[in-house]
Design a protein around this ligand. Structure first.
Ligand code: SF4
Length: 177
């Protein structure tokens, strides 16, 4: 059996949605029979590979690096799943939009800093003026909301994609626990 090549990535999110993925617990063993994880914070792969079947994306787009990587992911992935409210709406990550990048940098690097310092412009990617959800930059095939998305919902979604069956919205409503 040819395994599904699965990528996962954590952009501007808190990692909570990736923690939820791990919360599938023993069901991860069942999923692993059908997928190869080819790129993820869970594995040691430096470059996003070619020919990925499904990429699960956590987090919004906040930097020029995020924009570059999401475009590369779109080029190299058959399907993209936006995982969690940050990826879908901007959510917590987009709270910065109320104040703008300059105010947030001032607060983080000067007002709250113990020592006078400069913006780390050489080592930290440039912030976009506004944080945006994935679908404003690339086509997204599936949206799985929640903050974080419940592990049960991730499992049912993956199972449905692996089996090639359609997932119905009303089946997800029971995952509010
Ligand atoms: Fe974290 Fe919630 Fe955003 Fe997921 S949706 S990355 S849990 S803040």
């Amino acid at each position: 059996m040819k395994k599904i090549r699965l990528g996962t990535i954590w952009l501007d999110g808190c990692s909570g949605c990736h923690m939820s993925f791990l919360d599938m617990d023993e069901r991860l063993i069942e999923i692993a029979e059908y997928v190869d994880v080819v790129y993820s914070p869970y594995v040691d792969m430096k470059e996003f590979p070619e020919s990925v079947d499904l990429t699960i994306v956590e987090g919004a787009l906040s930097t020029d690096h995020d924009l570059r990587i999401i475009k590369k992911i779109r080029e190299n992935s058959k399907l993209i799943l936006a995982l969690g409210d940050c990826a879908i709406t901007g959510n917590v990550s987009a709270m910065k939009n109320l104040y703008g990048s300059e105010a947030v940098l001032q607060r983080g690097y000067f007002e709250l800093a113990d020592l006078n310092q400069k913006y780390p412009s050489k080592v930290v990617p440039t912030l976009l003026e506004s944080v945006i959800p994935l679908h404003e930059a690339v086509k997204v095939d599936y949206f799985l909301p929640g903050c974080p998305t419940p592990a049960d919902a991730i499992y049912e979604m993956l199972k449905s994609l692996i089996e090639g069956t359609e997932i119905k919205i009303h089946e997800l409503t029971r995952f509010g626990k």
